[in-house]
Every structure is written in structure tokens, then in C-alpha cells.
Design a protein around this ligand. Structure first.
Ligand code: ATP
Ligand code: LTN
Length: 330
């Protein structure tokens, strides 16, 4: 039987948080043995908000090094940079002619980001989910491992696949989101009602994968909790609930075990231990990251090889699409 296909991506829009790691990349690693996986660095998406060219270049290469450091293996999966494969932009155009303005204007991420930008909202921010649908559909992906915030975008990808299949003939696989129950939405350490996000203005709200131990200790210590004083996984204690989730993701201990371990023990000790668990969990990733960043030739060989494979697979789908639409395919 053919392996099922997995596709996912992260934007090179800054340094990754432990939210990106727990909600996305950590799960990608466990899928690479069983599935045919494509993991992309979505640079085309990242320019929907202004990027300094120098930083974008740096962030893109660093993101590839983070992928590798987290355990993604180019022998097992395809790692590539979106702008290296022109089929993404091409299919995105086709799909945009089949997308309804109404549906796009209801996207939560669009509403939030356009509000942040203010007056001159660029059209790319609006069509962002169409490009994401193109990413996924080009590879005939069965599964898309993402955090909770991407569910609505996945729904659009499914709608577009079905719309195209109905209008022409079966062409695209209709993808399913793969959202883990735990860790799908890591919250800000400063405001447990808000998602942890690398573009947060308050740096105490997030922990970066590459943060130094002393910064991690400081941020965990300052994390917002409550006055109840019991280490319990409950919606009434969103701050503590979030910290338990982070603890569990890095230590692999179950939520129940963590609750039991801290019975009758205050938040101070819990936070101290949590900081160490995160530091120890990130240490091997940070060490590998440093060594990959010293080997630019290797990074280049990984993304070149990835692009070659991605181009080959995606072009097959794109040509099929062009043929069905009535374009003359040469
Ligand atoms: P930005 O803050 O710049 O909008 P982001 O931090 O949300 O970006 P993305 O590149 O948009 O990061 O997301 C990459 C992946 O990480 C996606 O699969 C997304 O669902 C997941 N993700 C992002 N933030 C979290 C979070 N707080 N908890 C769990 N998963 C997350
Ligand atoms: N929009 C996603 C990034 C992304 C993506 C994709 C994720 C772009 N294309 C395809 C999964 C599959 C985000 O995380 N903000």
C-alpha cells in the first residue's frame, strides 16, 4: 500500500516559540517514519507582513536548521523552501479564481492581522489561505499537522478541493487536519486567554526554542497564574493549565502524574522545575542548531535536494489542473 502523504509548513517570520514546537514541529517528527512527509518553509506567506530582506534571509536558513535540529531527517522527509517551487504561486492563482470573497473575509487570522495593520491592508493577507490551500493540494496531502489556529484555513483547502473536483473531475485529495488534543494551543505566559505567538510585543509572553536558560527561568517565574495555589489542570486555572501542558510536552509525563507530583506543593517549586524541564528539553535542539548553522553547505544541499523532489511532485498535479481547466499544456 502507498504511504499516506503529510504536508505542513511554518513561516520564517521570526524565531520559533515553544508553541510552534509543541503544536507543530514536535508532531511532524513522529510522522516521518510512517508517512510520506513534505515540510515547507513558507516564505511566500511570510511577506504578507513586512519583512526586512536581511532578516528574512537569516530567518529562512535558521528555520531550516531548527527543522533539522528538532529531528526532521532529509533522508526520511522532503524539506524545502516554498519560493523554490513555482507551482505554489501558480496553483494559488487558479484557486483564487474559485474562492469566494465572503469566505476569505471570515477568516479569523485575516480579521486579526488586518486589524493590527490598520488602514492599508495588503491583498496578500486576504488571499493568504488560498496560497496555503495550494501548498497542501499540490502534494495530494491526506493529513496536515497544525495547531488549532489553522483549522479554519484547512476547511477552506477542503472546500476548494471539493469545488474543483466537482466542477471538473476528481483531481485533488481532500485533506484532513491533524490536530493533537494536548498542546494544540499553547497560551501566552502573560495572558492565558491569548495564543503564544512569536509576534507578541511582550517578550515575556513567549519562550523561544533558542532562548537562553536564564531567559527561560525569568519568563517562567513571571508567568501569570492565580491565587488558588493548587497545581491542577482545570479551565478555572488557565495559567497553571497552560504551564502543566508545557511541562507534559517536554517531560513526556502525563497530566495526572504531574498533578500528583505537585500535590500540596506551591507554584514556586512547580515553576522552578518547569523551567529546568524546558531548558533540558531544548538543550539538545539548541546544540544541534548551532552545529547546523556552522555548516551552510549542508543546509544548501538539503534545501536544493528538497526543492527538486517537491518540484517534480507538484508539477504533476499542476499540469493535471491546467489540462482540466482547458489550458494548452506544453
Ligand atoms: P505569528 O505569531 O507570526 O502569526 P505563529 O507563531 O502563529 O506566527 P506560524 O508560522 O503561523 O506561527 O505557525 C506555525 C505552526 O505553529 C502552525 O501549525 C501553528 O498552528 C502552530 N502554532 C503557532 N502558535 C501555536 C501555539 N501557541 N500553540 C500551538 N501551536 C501553535
Ligand atoms: N498558515 C500556516 C503556515 C502554512 C501551512 C501551509 C501550514 C502555510 N502553508 C500548509 C500547513 C500546511 C501557519 O501556521 N500560519
Amino acid at each position: 500500500m502507498e504511504k499516506k502523504v503529510v504536508f505542513s509548513g511554518v513561516q520564517p517570520s521570526g524565531s520559533l516559540t515553544i508553541g510552534n514546537y509543541i503544536g507543530a514541529i514536535k508532531n511532524w517528527v513522529s510522522l516521518q517514519d510512517e508517512y510520506e512527509c513534505y515540510y515547507c518553509i513558507v516564505d511566500l506567506h511570510s511577506i504578507t507582513v513586512p519583512q526586512e530582506p536581511k532578516n528574512l534571509r537569516k530567518n529562512t536558513l535558521e528555520l531550516l536548521a531548527v527543522y533539522l535540529a528538532c529531528g526532521l531527517d532529509p533522508e526520511k522527509c522532503t524539506l524545502f523552501i516554498q519560493s523554490h517551487v513555482s507551482a505554489h504561486a501558480e496553483l494559488s492563482w487558479v484557486l483564487s479564481t474559485m474562492s469566494y470573497m465572503g469566505q476569505l473575509s471570515r477568516m479569523t487570522q485575516y480579521k486579526e492581522k488586518s486589524q493590527r495593520v490598520g488602514e492599508n491592508v495588503n491583498a496578500g493577507l486576504f488571499t493568504y489561505p488560498v496560497l496555503m490551500a495550494a501548498d497542501i493540494l499540490l502534494y495530494q496531502a491526506d493529513l496536515v499537522p497544525v495547531g488549532e489556529d489553522q483549522k479554519q484555513h484547512l476547511e477552506l483547502a477542503r472546500d476548494l478541493a471539493e469545488r474543483f473536483n466537482n466542477r471538473y473531475s476528481p483531481t485533488f485529495k481532500v485533506p484532513e487536519p491533524l490536530i493533537k488534543k494536548e498542546g494544540a494551543r499553547i497560551m501566552s505566559l502573560q495572558n492565558p486567554q491569548k495564543k503564544m505567538s512569536k509576534s507578541d510585543d511582550n517578550e515575556n509572553g513567549y519562550i523561544l526554542i533558542l532562548d537562553k536558560p536564564e531567559d527561560i527561568r525569568r519568563k517562567v517565574k513571571r508567568a501569570v497564574t492565580d491565587s488558588i495555589g493548587v497545581v491542577r489542570y482545570s479551565d478555572e486555572q488557565p495559567g497553571i493549565k497552560n504551564l502543566i501542558e508545557i511541562y507534559s510536552a517536554f517531560s513526556k509525563d502525563s497530566i495526572e502524574d504531574i498533578e500528583k507530583r505537585y500535590e500540596g506543593i506551591g507554584y514556586g517549586k512547580f515553576k522552578e522545575d518547569l523551567a529546568e524541564v524546558v531548558i533540558e528539553g531544548l538543550r539538545p535542539i539548541q546544540e544541534k542548531f548551532d552545529s547546523y548553522m556552522k555548516n551552510k553547505d549542508y543546509l544548501e544541499s538539503v534545501y536544493k535536494q528538497g526543492a527538486e523532489k517537491a518540484r517534480y511532485i507538484s508539477n504533476k498535479t499542476l499540469r493535471k489542473v491546467y489540462r482540466k481547466i482547458g489550458f494548452i499544456v506544453n
